[in-house]
Design a protein around this ligand. Structure first.
Ligand code: CAA
Ligand code: NAP
Length: 247
């Protein structure tokens, strides 16, 4: 059990909801963020409370927006004090073959999946360094290292995340802060379910484990990496992809 605080960006989504619950069960004080459809956070929070996960705090924040991230940093610190663990998970897809990809599809994905990691991490790294303890996990993707037809934007952003991980890990390793990447394969969430069915089925049958992953399988990996006893693991990438890509 842990009594530490964890902030998960994009924690009301498909992978995130499971992660919030799993870490709550492990004793963490859990905070998360959302951006779309104000009002929905109250319903989400009520559901968590009714189903045995009380006290998860939800903050509105567009992770693309620097000022919003600064506000998030202050609001979370006011509520919880310093955050010991950060999971950068907010992300989107805008899939299209490169010849059809618009500048907007490119930019939205780079901003949401990569620049966000800079914007959010900057708000929380200072106290981690001062306190001599921190755990950061960046959620990348199997398609970072593997590449994927239709995802030049996404693969570039998610590969960038791992470069960020390795560089920051070197800068803060002597301050007790670890920085790692988790790269999920195809997990059965809406993000994957919105892939055209014939394409999705082809992908599913190419996965050696012969199924999509479960969100709980990502939550468990993150829990392992943010544990106090995981201090010797830093700058690493953990693949959770059913064997889809081995490297
Ligand atoms: N390799 C080689 N050729 C391929 C291919 C592949 N993987 N996929 C499609 N093609 C070919 C098709 O056979 C087709 O050929 P013809 O023109 O000769 O018939 C051509 O490329 C065009 O393919 P589509 O009909 O699929 O093109 P489209 O414009 O309708 O759709 C697309 C393009 C939106 C990118 C679609 O292919 C697609 O959704 N692909 C899956 C992308 C994907 O895996 N996204 C992951 C989303 S989930 C996620 O991102 C989470 C995560 O991290 C894992
Ligand atoms: P999801 O359900 O769509 O969740 C994405 C989350 O990101 C949502 O909570 C969303 O907030 C948030 N978000 C998007 N844009 C944002 C912005 N500008 N500011 C703040 N938050 C924003 O997707 P998921 O399947 O859970 O995926 C979560 C993460 O895992 C993503 O980074 C994704 O790339 C990665 N991943 C997923 C898979 C998979 O197979 N599902 C595989 C590999 C990697 P709202 O709740 O407000 O919409």
């Amino acid at each position: 059990m842990s009594n530490k605080t964890v902030l998960i960006t994009g924690g009301m989504g498909g992978i995130g909801t499971d992660m919030c619950r799993y870490l709550h069960k492990q004793g963490y004080k859990v905070a998360t963020t959302y951006v779309h459809d104000s009002g929905r956070e109250k319903r989400w929070k009520d559901t968590q409370e009714q189903e045995g996960y009380p006290g998860i705090e939800v903050f509105h924040c567009d992770v693309v927006n620097w000022d919003a991230c600064e506000k998030l940093g202050k609001a979370v610190a006011e509520k919880f004090g310093p955050v010991e663990c950060l999971v950068n998970m907010a992300g989107i897809t805008r899939d299209a073959v490169f010849t059809k990809m618009t500048p907007q599809q490119w930019q939205e994905v780079i901003d949401t999946n990569l620049t966000s990691v800079f914007n959010v991490t900057k708000q929380f790294i200072g106290p981690m360094i001062e306190n001599g303890y921190g755990r950061i996990v960046n959620i990348s993707s199997v398609n970072a290292a593997k590449g994927q037809f239709g995802q030049t934007n996404y693969s570039a952003a998610k590969s960038g995340m791992h470069g960020f991980t390795k560089s920051l890990a070197q800068e803060v390793v002597r301050k007790g802060v670890t920085v790692n990447t988790v790269s999920p394969g195809y997990i059965s969430t809406e993000l994957v379910m919105k892939i055209r069915e014939d394409v999705r089925e082809k992908i599913r049958s190419s996965i050696p484990v012969q199924r999509f992953g479960e969100a709980s399988e990502i939550a468990r990996t993150v829990a392992f990496l943010i544990d106090e006893n995981a201090g010797y693991i830093t700058g690493a990438e953990f693949a959770v992809n059913g064997g889809l890509h081995m490297h």
